[in-house]
Design a protein around this ligand. Structure first.
Ligand SMILES: Cc1cc2nc3c(=O)[nH]c(=O)nc-3n(C[C@H](O)[C@H](O)[C@H](O)COP(=O)(O)O)c2cc1C
Length: 187
């Protein structure tokens, strides 16, 4: 099978859910953010990244998301909201929220592309990362407006994706095997 550094990083990246307390270096953060900026985009680069490294803010997002999950119609999500031991950000020291300008073109795709670029960049420099939808539940409440303001998300932008970053604690990997057959070739 043909391989190179990029293909290796793609295959080796896994969602990490155990992190060291130590904060990542600014140079590492900058490299990850820059990779996000270089993602393909349909919306004329109408993205905004919010980097959150203040522990109280991370805990607040965890708290608000869990409060909203407590009344979720999906039982498994409701259970997470009620699980006192669950921290939806896995105590990672850095959270990046990717917001897109609310407009006609669905910027969820732009945000997703930036997120994936950042996950791969993180892996390539030895950082742990995980795409987390969980923080989006924090914006599902009557307090959403206040949270958007507190996080300085620009007017007219909506958070669509987020990822956590940090140094990996142990080698926590429980990835489902990839099904290698969902591909049809028309030659
Ligand atoms: C859109 C999206 C949302 C996700 N949200 C969460 C989440 O909230 N919490 C979590 O632990 N993992 C989340 N994940 C990570 C997936 O569980 C993970 O990517 C999947 O199990 C495959 O494992 P791998 O990333 O190790 O290959 C999310 C992934 C995607 C693409």
């Amino acid at each position: 099978m043909l391989t190179n550094e990029t293909l290796k990083v793609i295959k080796e990246r896994r969602s990490i859910r155990h992190y060291k307390e130590e904060q990542i270096k600014d140079a590492e953060l900058q490299a990850v953010l820059e990779a996000g900026l270089y993602a393909p985009n349909a919306g004329g680069q109408a993205l905004h990244f919010t980097v959150i490294q203040r522990k109280e803010t991370l805990d607040k997002i965890n708290y608000l998301a869990k409060e909203n999950l407590k009344s979720h119609v999906v039982e498994d999500l409701k259970a997470l909201g009620n699980d006192v031991n669950y921290h939806g950000l896995y105590e990672a020291p850095t959270l990046i929220i990717i917001s897109g300008r609310k407009e006609f073109i669905p910027l969820e795709f732009d945000c997703a592309a930036a997120t994936q670029n950042m996950l791969l960049a993180a892996e390539s420099i030895g950082l742990g990362s995980c795409w987390v939808y969980f923080p989006m539940f924090a914006f599902d409440s009557t307090q959403a407006g206040d949270l958007l303001k507190e996080l300085k998300i620009p007017m007219g932008y909506s958070p669509y994706c987020s990822l956590i970053l940090g140094y990996k604690e142990g080698s926590a990997v429980d990835t489902a095997e990839r099904k290698l057959n969902p591909i049809t070739f028309i030659k």
